[in-house]
Write a protein that binds this ligand. Structure first.
Ligand code: XBP
Ligand code: MG
Length: 238
């Protein structure tokens, strides 16, 4: 089946946003709330095992601040903290978080070649509009983000949602990801997946990935079509 669409993850794939973006935004929100929590780079790397900012805060509390979870309105408190974090992250994006090498060129080349583009991410929708310049954001015809689906990555929900929006079978698409959670999610949705790890995810298990690259620099549409053929048009398992 011909390659018709690319489905991109956001954090770690389009841009390396975690260490100097989301992590700083979480810490700013905690300070603003008068909490003494500070997520240093190493701790944040552990917390990235859980996708979704609200889920990550709860995961942190269960291990390091269990008393916080004893409050009667803990869900509302976490939601407030996360809304503040999103505000800080959007402000950080306004200062400019660069896209990873090759991303902008591939997005433009893919659209020019007639490939459709979608996003399947765990992050909050506002963060995408803050990260991407309007002309790049406009290249994506559908964006599945955050709480669009009940179960975040590694569950396949967000990729299944994107496939439904595209009205395409997985065999007509490729997913692009940076993490094991993302690969598991895409793979469970039946998608062949190209991986470009970050410093936080380079030691993850990427078994089953179609390809693993340092970044998308030099990745062209013909190359993606070639890999897609390897994945779907032969009986050879990638
Ligand atoms: C990465 C995530 C997100 C971000 C934080 O998303 O797991 O939770 O770390 O963003 P992906 P929020 O790799 O799927 O793009 O705080 O808005 O969740
Ligand atoms: Mg990611």
């Amino acid at each position: 089946m011909k390659l018709q669409a690319l489905i991109f993850d956001v954090d770690g794939t389009l841009a390396d946003t975690e260490g100097d973006g989301h992590r700083l935004a979480f810490n700013a929100a905690f300070a603003e709330a008068g909490l003494v929590w500070h997520w240093d780079p190493a701790l944040y790397g552990e917390l990235l095992a859980v996708t979704g900012g609200k889920e990550r805060i709860r995961f942190f509390c269960a291990r390091h601040a269990p008393e916080f979870l004893q409050q009667t309105d803990v869900a509302a408190r976490i939601k407030e903290l996360h809304a503040a974090k999103t505000r800080h992250y959007v402000a950080l994006c306004a200062q400019g978080i660069p896209l990873r090498p090759g991303v902008e060129q591939l997005l433009r080349e893919a659209r020019a070649a007639g490939l459709r583009l979608a996003i399947a991410t765990t992050t909050t929708a506002e963060n995408i509009d803050a990260l991407l310049a309007p002309d790049l954001r406009a290249l994506f015809e559908t964006v599945g983000a955050g709480d669009t689906v009940p179960n975040k990555k590694p569950a396949p929900d967000i990729y299944l949602w994107a496939l439904a929006q595209l009205a395409l079978p997985a065999a007509a698409c490729l997913a692009l990801e940076d993490s094991a959670n993302g690969l598991k999610s895409a793979f469970a949705a039946g998608l062949a997946t190209v991986i470009t790890p970050t410093d936080y995810t380079r030691d993850h298990d990427f078994s089953g990935a179609l390809a693993r690259l340092p970044n998308l620099g030099g990745v062209t549409v013909p190359l993606l079509r070639h890999w897609h053929g390897l994945a779907y048009d032969s009986d050879k398992k990638w």
